[in-house]
Design a protein around this ligand. Sequence first.
Ligand code: NAP
Length: 246
Amino acid sequence: MEFKGKNVIVTGGLRGIGKSILLGFASKGANVIVFDLIDENLNETRSEVEKFGVSFDYFKVDVSNFSQVEKVVEEIIKKYEKIDFLVNNAGITKDNLLISMSEEEWDKVISVNLKGTFNCSKSVVKYMIKKRSGVIINISSVIGIMGNKGQANYAASKAGIIGLTKSLAKEVGSRNVRVNAIAPGFIETDMTKKLPEEVVKEYAKLIPLGRMGKPEDVANLCLFLSSDKASYITGQVIHCDGGMLM
Ligand code: NAP
């Protein structure tokens, strides 16, 4: 797998799964561009990326804001001329039982996770279509397939991403642009650190491989799906969950 001379945008790429994806692409020679909000890991991430001899660019972008995303993508095209890969990874949770969920908790999660994926895909895909080449990877979740108590907003956003992925894959396949989704299970990041220990123990029992996943597990799948080795794969949702959901 070799991505020398290719350019990738990873949203939410300064920590967790996104950072691992970013470093994975950099290690294969791609120039990496990050969209993120809080920049406390910026310098550390920049130096880790630059060790691979590739370029690194950071844009403070709220993916839920369409005009912000569109403007930054235009800037990137002016500088880099093409975007080969887009990884829609930025995501949040605001858990609550539906009966107690506020409208704000619902709207916020849908607008970052689902609308954010729309905003970035719409802004980038037109350039991929022109080039007759590109790959979009959307990070969904097993929760979008199986649902979860207290996560109606998150599950709906992640299920929506699956519908978006399949529809866009049908729209742009003839232009040699592939669109796939990854559905991670339980992955060790800040997002899952928030969960109570008992909940984590209960979930671990449901995982045939007997462990939580690592961000690198998702990154490896993302690199494969982006590579030419996956050139006949589009519109798919690939689980990365230790067998948790079969
Ligand atoms: P994380 O550690 O909480 O990281 C999320 C990243 O998204 C952060 O860098 C965050 O930036 C960024 N982000 C949040 N809102 C944003 C916005 N409006 N605009 C731009 N960036 C934004 O989460 P993670 O566990 O790595 O999750 C990454 C993706 O995998 C998410 O889509 C998540 O739903 C999905 N996923 C995770 C798991 C899991 O078990 N961890 C399982 C299934 C799916 P800031 O630092 O600026 O807040």
